[in-house]
Write a new protein. Structure first.
Length: 429
């Protein structure tokens, strides 16, 4: 990884801002727009064409049957099923604490106001199926939706020539997914947004995907809600001399192996640690199965910032707002207040990032590309909505009438003022 040193914090900050700027691919945008239009107009026929073109397979039926799901469950090793069930329970107990509740109050006699919380009616979850299988993404998407009370959870995932990954189907069964369809890419997002003869339209689409999926989610937003526009994986690590270089290298590679565009950063006050991490990366890459992908990410998007103080580390990393942030500093919990922007935070040498990916409970659907400045991890709140309500008695309305009509007329909206006054007119009808 490139080591940046002997620069001022302002110089480093400028580089970070330049690297974080997101750009849209005009060619991808044009292709995705055509796909969405075709699926919207031609439904399942368009899906057949795209499935054959992009996936090299057209399923006999889009929907996965219960018999196929049960067969998949039977084929998954018991130890894997046990791990999935334990992970699901950890995710469930973590997210159950996020459930939003409404309220009702009476600020003055005769006035009742409140908020009613209700689940979305139907949610679509996208589960990638390209270079790797992601049963963990099934759990992370579906379990919070289930806790929120969503009655119809629809999963889409790209078809495979040898059939869908059994562990992915097992995860869907464990998580309580209601319907599973073999369709992927931008065409799957369009199908969920607009519906086809086979695939129902939903209210919200969640889950990560490639740049075509991300672009499609961006384009259908407004027709449906979405969780976020997810970019390549990211990890940022803050470390001092107490950290082990081998552990840092391993955690950096855990994200680098996802994607050649993954972003991996280390900020440290230790020149010796920076050098040791680079040596550990080279050694570990020699035996890594996805070494080509990880090496490309490390070489093209890997940076070590050598800074003067711990405060400078946090200043710079808050500019990055990484998807995953590890704090491998002495007494890491004392620094939690310094973190403003991050998707998920991992404190100390034993909170390795893959714990969050798979097992411990916090969600792994996280903001990327610096969007942690204004967005949050996926949670139960993403699958609930709030309805406001208001009730007045006549005497309470009479008390507020002068102020309401004055404000309405101040805005030049006479009909608003008259609507309130109408309740006190003597004429009937």
């Amino acid at each position: 990884m490139q080591i940046i040193k002997n620069q001022t914090i302002d110089q480093m900050a400028k580089q970070i801002r330049q690297e974080t700027v997101a750009t849209d691919d005009a060619i991808v945008a044009a292709q995705v727009a055509d796909i969405i239009k075709n699926v919207r107009e031609n439904g399942d026929e368009a899906l057949k064409t795209y499935s054959a073109t992009f996936d090299g397979v057209t399923p006999a039926t889009w929907r996965v049957s219960e018999a196929e799901i049960q067969a998949a469950m039977a084929s998954v090793p018991q130890k894997v099923l046990a791990a999935l069930r334990t992970a699901a329970e950890n995710i469930r107990t973590f997210h159950q604490q996020e459930v939003a509740v409404g309220f009702e109050d009476t600020p003055h006699e005769g006035i009742v106001r409140g908020v009613k919380v209700t689940p979305l009616s139907a949610v679509g979850i996208y589960v990638p199926g390209g270079t790797a299988a992601y049963p963990s993404s099934v759990l992370m998407n579906a379990i919070p939706a289930k806790i929120a009370g969503v009655p119809n959870i629809v999963m889409v995932t790209p078809p495979q020539k040898d059939g869908l990954n059994p562990t992915v189907l097992a995860a869907a069964k464990i998580a309580g997914v209601d319907q599973i369809f073999q369709v992927g890419g931008a065409q799957a997002i369009a199908a969920l947004a607009y519906g086809t003869a086979t695939i129902p339209a939903v209210d919200k689409i969640t889950g990560p995907g490639n740049r075509y999926v991300a672009m499609a989610k961006k384009m259908v937003y407004g027709q449906v809600a979405i969780d976020m526009i997810a970019g390549p994986s990211e990890i940022g690590i803050l470390a001092d001399d107490s950290a082990r270089a081998a552990d840092i290298a391993a955690d950096l590679l855990s994200q680098a192996e996802h994607d050649v565009n993954a972003r991996v950063l280390l900020m440290t006050t230790s020149a010796a640690l920076a050098t040791a991490v680079n040596a550990a990366l080279a050694q570990q890459l020699e035996t890594l199965p996805r070494a080509d992908i990880a090496r490309a990410a490390i070489n093209d998007h890997g940076v070590i910032y050598l800074v003067n103080t711990i405060d400078e580390m946090f200043t710079l990393m808050n500019l990055v707002g990484p998807e995953h942030l590890e704090v491998q500093l002495t007494n890491p919990a004392q620094y939690l207040a310094k973190i403003q922007n991050a998707g998920s935070i991992f404190l100390g040498p034993y909170a390795s990032e893959p714990l969050g990916d798979y097992f411990s409970g916090p969600n792994h659907i996280l903001p990327t590309g610096g969007t942690a400045r204004f967005s949050s991890p996926l949670g139960v709140w993403d699958f609930q909505k709030r309805l406001q309500y208001l009730q007045y008695t006549q005497s309470a309305l009479a008390e507020d009438l002068p102020a309401v009509t004055q404000l309405a007329r101040a805005e030049g909206l006479e009909a608003h003022a008259r609507a309130v006054q109408s309740r006190f007119n003597s004429n009937v009808g």
